[in-house]
Design a protein around this ligand. Sequence first.
Ligand code: AMP
Length: 117
Amino acid sequence: MAETDERTLFQKIHDGEIPAEMLHRDDRAFAIRDINPQAPTHFLVIPVRPLARLEEAEEADADLLGHLLLVARKVAGELGLDKGFRVVINNGREAGETVPHLHVHVLGGRPMTWPPG
Ligand code: AMP
């Protein structure tokens, strides 16, 4: 019987098995353009380790979580989001989480409304 592949979609992208536009890559995190952009610029910052969602992060993950935000800021700068950008994490079904591998959305390039939908 074939073994099931339990890797997440984002692990497959990280490993190059599913194509994506890679905007950043280091030993702890990578950033890709979102395939279904909700703003003129929309990318995802993703930890290499497949932490499922923010809710599952622990105190020991504090450095990693900070790193994700610093990568978000760096890539936003590289993409010219100098008028502002929004950072979103969807945690759980009701928040709109569809991929169970933590990812930070970064959106910019248009004015944003508040509250979000
Ligand atoms: P969420 O709904 O917060 O879990 O976000 C998942 C995000 O992953 C969505 O914005 C999707 O558009 C995005 N996404 C799904 N598949 C891909 C893919 N193959 N490449 C890039 N982004 C993807």
